[in-house]
Write a protein that binds this ligand. Structure first.
Ligand code: FES
Ligand code: MG
Length: 566
């Protein structure tokens, strides 16, 4: 046991390690083959979507005790998507690094990861991959569906929709504000197929949950039952030395990408999966998302791509029922934490409501994968989620209207002087990993009020930012290289002809290269933090096509026990 490096023996240091931990733990907790299992717990009142995870941890603990292990709650850095500024993404790598280091530094043999809100599952998986101790995740689960005036409200998605209705003058501000108390009905994370739901499903597709766990609503008793079972499994994982590097193979990433397409998941999963793969040394590129995802049908009718919410998906059969429909596209060699391949769990799955989970013969969209675009505006790629876009805009030519920052956008968007119509292409730069910093979710730029009032609800938008997984529209994101490192986005001028051609996977400024090369890139408006994490971050962050991890965090340091502290 790794933990025996601390606890075994009769010398002074073993005495210290045991004595300070004894506060109620029996002597036997430190003897024999009892694995010490950390519960990496992102519960926090400031991460409201994860605030219930202490309750989940209690069930995990029971399972660990029952199987002969010793459970230890380890609060880890937590990121509340709606609260943390300038964007939770700026702190994802810090959370991953801190968790990795604390797992390695402590007398731990294995870990149960508890996450939910958007960045928490990615940061936990990155940490687990880099420390490579046996690990399993319990996603905290989505919240129940809230209703307003008799209709369901989708977390996030309906905030975007209703706020645009207010700007368009079709909804009163008073009614909008009344919906606020109905938006969040219960504990749990956003109930749309936003980033939290996506990453829970993706974690399961990767093999890192007990299959059938992802998507169990946070208040559902079955979540605690699964948490208990996961605690028991964690003890087995240690006995079998079933580490993340053995579970997370290239085949697992293949299955995650098929899943991402079939559920209509968030574009944020692209950066997170690239970062997780980078920690493991699994070869995964941006193009794999297009290659593996293309031809995968969209089967889950959930907001923002469709109508329903996570509670409906669970009722309709859950993720495994979705995966059964695309079972032939999955790699059967991909293992899971249980030791069984993911595909072994599909036979027993069933669709109970095929209006929520479509059958393969009647998909919502035949080809749902995230499209990777290239061209002289995105030499290292950009992404778009066709499932959440307007079909009529997927091939589009329009004049650029360029904004240098979010502040510039807010100042000018509704100005009567802004020369814009519905065919224009709105461009926002300075919002990439380095420039903002942290690559915020501002890529779904609001539309000019004048056009909203005319009934326009979508336009082509291009940026180096991300967008919320709950958002929608014909939105090109993650353009790389970003403007702040001299990418071509820094060269675009208002009035330039921009050509988007999703079927041909192209994104171009339709001007001769000669003309573009002669231009001076915009260099103002980018963050230049002087010290601290933000300085370290901008000096080392990789571009979106490489997962926006820090260059020195790529890879694994394993879990070797370090030198004594006393
Ligand atoms: Fe936490 Fe959406 S804000 S999951
Ligand atoms: Mg988000």
């Amino acid at each position: 046991m790794r933990s025996s490096h601390w606890y075994a023996g009769t010398d002074r240091n073993a005495y210290i390690h045991r004595a300070w931990m004894r506060r109620g733990l029996p002597r036997e907790a430190f003897e024999g083959d009892r694995p010490h299992i950390a519960i990496a717990n992102t519960a926090s009142d400031l991460t409201p979507c994860n605030a219930h995870l202490d309750e989940v941890a209690t069930s995990v603990k029971q399972g660990i005790w029952e199987a002969g292990g010793v459970p230890l709650n380890l609060p880890v850095m937590s990121l509340g998507e709606t609260n943390v500024r300038p964007t939770a993404m700026l702190w994802r790598n810090l959370a991953a690094m801190a968790t990795e280091e604390m797992l390695r530094a402590n007398p731990i043999d294995g870990v149960v990861l508890l996450g939910g809100c958007d960045k928490t599952i990615p940061s936990l998986l990155m940490a687990a991959a880099s420390v490579d101790l046996p690990a399993v995740i319990v996603p905290g689960g989505p919240m129940l569906t809230g209703h307003f005036r008799g209709v369901p409200l989708g977390c996030g998605t309906d905030v975007w929709r209703l706020s645009e209705e207010v700007r368009a003058g079709t909804l009163s501000r008073e009614a909008f504000l009344r919906s606020e108390s109905a938006m969040i009905r219960s504990k749990g994370h956003c109930n749309t197929m936003g980033t939290a739901s996506t990453m829970a499903c993706v974690a399961e597709a990767l093999g890192m949950t007990i299959p059938g766990t992802a998507g169990t609503p946070a208040p559902d008793s079955r979540l605690l039952e699964r948490a208990h079972e996961t605690g028991r499994l964690a003890v087995e994982l240690v006995a079998e030395d079933r580490t993340p590097s053995r579970v997370l193979t290239r085949a697992s990433f293949h299955n995650a990408i098929v899943t991402l397409a079939a559920i209509g998941g968030s574009t944020n999963a692209v950066v997170h999966l690239l970062a997780i793969a980078g920690r493991l040394g699994v070869e995964l590129t941006l193009d794999d998302f297009d290659r593996i995802g293309s031809g995968v049908p969209l089967l889950v009718d959930l907001q923002p791509a469709g109508r329903h919410l996570m509670d409906d998906l669970f009722r309709a059969g859950g993720l495994l029922a979705v995966l059964k429909e695309v079972g032939d596209l999955l790699d059967p060699s991909a293992p899971t934490v249980t030791g069984e391949p993911l595909t072994a769990y599909l036979d027993a799955a069933e669709i109970w409501d095929d209006t929520v989970i479509r059958r393969r013969s009647a998909p919502l969209l035949a080809d749902a994968g995230i499209a990777v675009l290239r061209g002289n505006l995105a030499p290292r790629g950009a992404v778009i989620k066709p499932a959440a876009a307007s079909p009529g805009l997927l091939r589009h030519r329009g004049r650029a209207v360029v904004f240098d920052s979010v502040e510039d956008l807010n100042a000018r968007l509704d100005s009567p002087d802004l020369d814009v119509d519905e065919t224009s292409v709105l461009i926002l730069r300075g919002c990439g990993p380095r420039g903002y910093p942290g690559m915020p979710e501002v890529g779904n730029l609001p539309l000019p009020r004048r056009l909203l009032e005319k009934g326009v609800r979508d336009m082509v938008r291009v940026s180096d930012a991300r967008m919320s997984g709950t958002a929608y529209g014909t939105v090109v994101l993650h353009t790389a290289p970003e403007a702040a490192v001299g990418g071509p986005l820094a060269l675009v001028r208002t009035g330039d002809p921009i050509v988007l051609d999703v079927p041909a996977r192209r994104l171009d400024i339709d001007l001769p290269q000669r003309e573009l090369s002669g231009r001076t890139p915009v260099t103002t408006g980018f963050a230049e933090p002087a010290r601290g994490w933000q300085r370290l971050y901008i000096d080392h962050v990789l571009q979106a096509d490489q997962g926006a991890d820090l260059d020195f965090l790529v890879g694994s340091s394993g879990h070797e026990v370090s030198r004594e502290s006393h």
